[in-house]
Ligand binder design. Structure first.
Ligand SMILES: [Fe+2]
Ligand SMILES: [Fe+2]
Length: 300
């Protein structure tokens, strides 16, 4: 049994609400504030969902750091890149603090999990290679963050999480705008800059689409998340909003994204054949953020 599972099992014993009762309560728009008000199922879904976000926050800091700072093209870029990395650590800390208020052992979560036990989005398992990849990171992944976390800030039934996301959403907005600024600079820059950005887009756009989840076949976890009102929007809705913003941002640039607006269907369409079976297999077999775990533990 992993660190998370062991702690979860212990805390489930303190959850005294009935599952149907919790679903009715959150359905009326009420929030859940304490462990006692949860059912074991609610706690389980909440913790897995919170870890997905907050493990992603801290691993994104590790993944962004070298590209955002050591490979920044100038001092201003380095300063704003460092600010992003610091923000991400702050976002992670908010989540782990709330988990520790529920009774989780934060030290164990931080320092005793094996790489495969981290729930971060797999796109952040490795370092980003250059500054254009960092620009795509904030312009694509943090943009997805503004949409997904914005949904939590508006709709999440777990009160403590919903409240602190206001600060996080504001900062993710800054990260997204930083991405947009670099998209414009590189995308309308020299031929070499355009080529570097195009290569980063080609590599990272499909990962962003995977990050946003399957638009039609939502997994069991997302169904439970929506049933407990931890978020409201579907994968399809989040993906449409993301595509709208990205297609509009890239329209005036010399760099192409594989997506367009379909006038007849009145929706944004991805011009890629997504190999979802391949994506799931890759996620399942991934070793996790091996190097980043060493950074977090202070070994690297
Ligand atoms: Fe963040
Ligand atoms: Fe961010």
């Amino acid at each position: 049994m992993g660190v998370v599972e062991r702690q979860l099992e212990e805390l489930k014993e303190e959850c005294s609400a009935d599952d149907e009762e919790v679903i009715r309560k959150v359905g009326r728009g009420e929030t859940i504030e304490t462990l006692e008000e949860m059912s074991p199922g609610y706690l389980h879904t909440l913790v897995e969902f919170m870890l997905t976000q907050h493990d992603t926050e801290i691993m994104s800091a590790c993944a962004y750091h070298p590209a955002a700072t050591q490979k920044a093209p100038n001092l201003n870029a380095k300063i704003s890149g460092s600010a992003v990395v610091q923000d991400e650590i702050g976002h992670a800390n908010l989540g782990y603090r709330v988990l520790s208020d529920l009774g989780f052992d934060k030290e164990e979560l931080m320092y005793e999990r094996e790489p495969r036990e981290w729930r971060n989005m797999r796109a952040f398992d490795y370092e980003f290679e250059n500054f254009a990849e960092f620009a795509c990171g904030v312009g694509f992944y943090d943009r997805a963050g503004t949409i997904q976390i914005g949904d939590i800030e508006q709709n999440c039934s777990f009160g403590p999480w919903r409240r602190y996301e206001r600060k996080v959403v504001a900062e993710e907005g800054f990260h997204k705008r930083l991405g947009d600024m670099w998209f414009k600079r590189l995308g309308n820059g020299t031929e070499a800059q355009q080529e570097t950005l195009q290569a980063a887009v080609d590599k990272m756009f499909p990962k962003a689409i995977a990050f946003l989840g399957h638009p039609e076949k939502e997994g069991k976890a997302i169904k439970r998340i929506r049933e407990y009102n931890l978020r409201k929007g579907s994968n399809y809705e989040h993906r449409q909003e993301w595509l709208r913003q990205v297609v509009e941002t890239f329209e005036p640039l010399e760099v192409e994204v594989p997506a367009h607006y379909d006038e007849d269907e009145e929706e944004y369409v991805v011009d890629l054949e997504m190999d979802w079976a391949g994506v799931y297999a890759e996620w399942k077999e991934a070793p996790g953020p091996v190097d980043h775990v060493e950074t977090v533990r202070g070994i690297a």
